[in-house]
Design a protein around this ligand. Structure first.
Ligand code: 9MR
Length: 580
């Protein structure tokens, strides 16, 4: 049962919206009478007969939003576009540092294909002025698929705009159309505007990989790091070749620099990584060590490294990338281990189990992860599907064998086009059932070369979708990005593909701001004192419910039905209510 927290805050006192972000509701179809028809046009601008295509306000029955109305769009033999009024604030050229975007939700009615392929079109007047190829639209029943489109300049000439897809014979529900005007002149010195501030409130981690030379607090780069993130991971500083360059000679200087900076700014540290096929010192490869000697070398390495930072490093990637690429074990099947690994070649699978046991012995409080790339897309024949199941099977085996493993790290070196937030959520849920954490450890999301503005908007939506998962799942406490600014990443052409959260000059990108917005939503909710049960009686039995923008979302609703509202913050009887 979902919990209701009643938050006794005066309606007029609340302050919720993110200062830099203005969100205007265009339509949620709750203010029209049921049966209201919207005009439908074809691509040439001619009205489409309602026998062919129609757009009708109906009561929402299927969607996860669970209440209110949606627009039921039925498209016949003519690709059709629905017309809406341009709301105030949406017209005019964007100011410098400002970004306009339109977002809406697509839902699939029963009986419609799970995925349809379409090119989304946003047009003004009779001219098709903006097009974005959105590829496959995945619109499962009851799960919102939010698409998001950047709008650089909106002319006020027509006072109307149209949206639709270039596809025929399809039905969909359209809901929650918003226009966003985001000011990216972000003040990174204001802690209230940072993701870190909100993440700290809710006990979640937004992390970033760093090198010691980036940790100068008098530079904008150093400040960007400690103001915006609350977890650090060494991009290379704690790897085998950095920490044990020759046998049993340890060098902790680079890692110490990171740990010291983190302690100074009250950040957590992830240790990366103890056993990996790459960046293992050359002397390990060159020495003709027996299996026993190799295991001794690994044990000594783990005891020295984990022991050195005992109590200072919260969690370790104990083994990294031990799974073979391109496997397809299927659900309930096995897993294939990477064969081109010096550890596997010489020790067999045993090195994995042993590494966890030794790391646990060296620091019993450390949280221990197995980490890999192309993990996180659980189903649907997606390209990462096989390896995700391989990871599940391996982690399950380790857990069942009593190995001290606490979680799975999804590196998530993916792309704007490939990343499916719903698949990541499903993966988190599956590992939760195994009693394991499942976190994002090396996130970057390049777009095309060069990445377009609308793609960057999609990137922002996906980053925010991942942040939302982090907020909602106890077993997903962190999300770590693999780099700070778009010009400095291990990825080739990063300056063009723009995979990260900050511009080269450390100005916040919309992806960062959407993460702030997401964390803030949960932090605001968590910051109010929940009310004890009998105080609920202070509210009348039948209430009007408003959202935080003061718009009515439900009329004369029974208090006992209030839990059926989707998760979020509402105003009821002048009080703030959080439903989760
Ligand atoms: O970002 C790291 C880069 O600076 C190194 O040259 C590279 C060497 O292998 O490793 C990069 O980080 C990798 C991480 O340690 C493990 N997952 C893949 C990352 C990107 O290659």
């Amino acid at each position: 049962m979902r919990k209701i927290l009643l938050l006794f805050i005066c309606f007029i006192c609340f302050s919720f919206s993110f200062a830099a972000d203005k969100k205007t509701l265009v339509h949620n179809f709750n203010y029209e009478d049921l049966g209201t028809q919207f005009k439908v046009y074809d691509v040439t601008g001619a009205v489409v007969d309602s026998d062919i295509s129609s757009a009708t306000v109906i009561k929402d029955e299927n969607s996860a939003t669970g209440f209110g109305n949606v627009l039921h769009v039925k498209v016949g033999d003519v690709a059709s576009y629905i017309e809406f009024e341009i709301p105030n604030g949406m017209t005019g050229t964007k100011a410098s540092g400002e970004f306009h975007t339109l977002t809406f939700t697509i839902l699939r009615p029963d009986g419609q294909p799970e995925t349809f392929k379409g090119t989304f079109t946003l047009s003004f007047g009779n001219t098709v002025s903006l097009k974005t190829n959105s590829g496959d639209i995945n619109a499962p029943v009851s799960v919102e698929t939010t698409l998001s489109y950047g709008v650089n300049k909106v002319s006020s000439v027509s006072k109307k705009f149209r949206i639709g897809f270039n596809i025929k014979n399809v039905e969909y529900y359209l809901d929650d159309i918003y226009f966003w005007s985001v000011n990216y002149n972000y003040d990174y010195t204001d802690p209230l505007q940072t993701a870190r501030y909100h993440a700290d409130q809710i006990g979640k981690n937004l992390g970033v990989c760093v090198s010691p030379n980036q940790l100068n607090a008098s530079t904008r780069e150093g400040q960007t790091i400690y103001r915006n993130f609350n977890m650090l991971v060494g991009e290379n500083a704690m790897k085998f070749d950095a920490t044990e360059p020759s046998r049993n000679n340890f060098n902790f200087s680079q890692g110490d620099a990171i740990v010291n900076f983190a302690q100074k700014y009250d950040m957590e540290v992830r240790g990366h990584t103890l056993a990996w096929h790459s960046q293992t010192s050359q002397w390990v490869h060159d020495g003709k060590y027996s299996k026993k000697e190799m295991l001794d070398i690994l044990k000594n390495h783990i005891f020295k490294v984990v022991g050195h930072w005992k109590g200072k490093i919260t969690e370790w990637d104990v083994v990294n990338e031990v799974l073979q690429d391109g496997q397809n074990p299927g659900v309930g099947g096995g897993y294939q281990l990477r064969t081109n690994s010096v550890w596997y070649e010489r020790c067999g699978e045993e090195f994995i189990d042993s590494a966890f046991v030794w790391a646990h012995q060296a620091d019993p409080d450390a949280i221990l992860y197995i980490n890999d790339y192309n993990i996180g897309h659980w189903g649907g024949g997606h390209y990462e599907n096989g390896k995700t199941h391989g990871m599940y099977n391996l982690a399950k085996r380790l857990k069942e064998d009593g190995i001290p493993i606490h979680g799975v790290g999804m590196q998530m070196h993916t792309s704007v086009g490939n990343l499916r937030v719903d698949e990541i959520e499903k993966t988190v849920q599956e590992f939760e059932k195994l009693g394991l954490k499942c976190i994002i450890t090396e996130l970057d999301m390049p777009g095309s070369n060069p990445s377009t503005s609308s793609e960057q908007t999609t990137q922002a939506t996906k980053y925010a979708g991942l942040a939302d998962i982090i907020c909602r799942y106890d077993n997903a406490p962190s999300m770590v990005v693999w780099g700070i600014a778009d010009n400095k990443s291990w990825l080739e052409n990063c300056e063009q593909t723009k995979p990260l959260l900050f511009e080269p000059n450390f100005a916040a990108k919309k992806s960062y701001l959407k993460i702030v917005d997401t964390f803030e939503k949960y932090a605001v909710a968590a910051s109010f004192e929940p009310v004890i049960a009998d105080e609920e009686e202070l509210l009348p039995a039948v209430v009007d419910v408003y959202n935080l923008m003061g718009q009515k979302v439900a009329s004369q609703m029974l208090m006992e039905d209030i839990e059926t509202l989707p998760a979020g913050l509402y105003i009821v009887g002048g009080k703030k209510i959080y439903i989760r």
